[in-house]
Design a protein around this ligand. Structure first.
Ligand code: 5GP
Length: 190
């Protein structure tokens, strides 16, 4: 997606640990009309898949998933990262290693929201090593739901998660694929 690449080049900041910050439109301030375009792109890629629900992980995935869901006219479910009092005990869960915080957390979705009749599209902002998507895929399979695929806004291809998932036969669609980032702040797309 050309416009997305242009926005990354214009606003993206590279931090230690190969972390790209795009806080001006995706991770902090949210450019809603632009995310509508992103949602439309995901819709065009998965529109024939009879999607019944979109799953993401809090917090940055939520806005992207919501705007994507307006095209599919389906609900979104976001996996919670903490066990809050208002979260039921009856949950599907998966342990995930956080790329940006370098710790492990448990992603949880209440069982009542996911059934074996569901056809799922997973959405996330970034794909690095693939841990977040693997956790969500695990939850989808615990529910016996079927997975149509994963839609990612920015894939850092050099970190290998996307290709590892594709080798397992999972459909992963990324709207921008970064081949390389340098300490000097250069970003190269595939
Ligand atoms: P993975 O689980 O694939 O290693 O990392 C993906 C998750 O970590 C995403 O949910 C995203 O929130 C976060 N993440 C990974 N790399 C980056 C990055 O370069 N920038 C930002 N903002 N988040 C990232």
């Amino acid at each position: 997606m050309k416009l997305l690449e242009e926005k990354i080049l214009k606003d993206g900041q590279i931090y230690p640990g190969n972390v790209l910050k795009v806080g001006s439109f995706l991770n902090h301030q949210i450019d809603v009309p632009f995310l509508m375009n992103i949602g439309r792109e995901f819709y065009n890629k998965f529109k024939d898949e009879n999607i019944t629900k979109i799953i993401t992980i809090e917090s940055s995935g939520i806005a992207i998933a919501c705007l994507t869901a307006t095209f599919f006219n389906v609900p979104i479910i976001f996996a919670k990262k903490t066990q809050t009092l208002n979260l039921a005990d009856d949950v599907y869960s998966a342990s995930v290693h956080s790329y940006t915080h370098n710790n492990d957390y448990t992603a949880r979705i209440e069982k009542r929201f996911l059934t074996s009749h569901d056809r799922i599209l997973i959405i996330d902002d970034f794909l690095a090593n693939g841990a977040a998507l693997m956790g969500l895929i695990d939850i989808v399979s615990q529910a016996g739901a079927s997975l149509a695929g994963c839609g990612v806004v920015i894939e850092k291809v050099f970190q290998g998660g996307g290709n590892a998932l594709r080798e397992k036969g999972i459909c992963v669609e990324s709207l921008a694929q970064i081949e390389k980032m340098t300490d000097e702040g250069e970003i190269f797309f595939v």
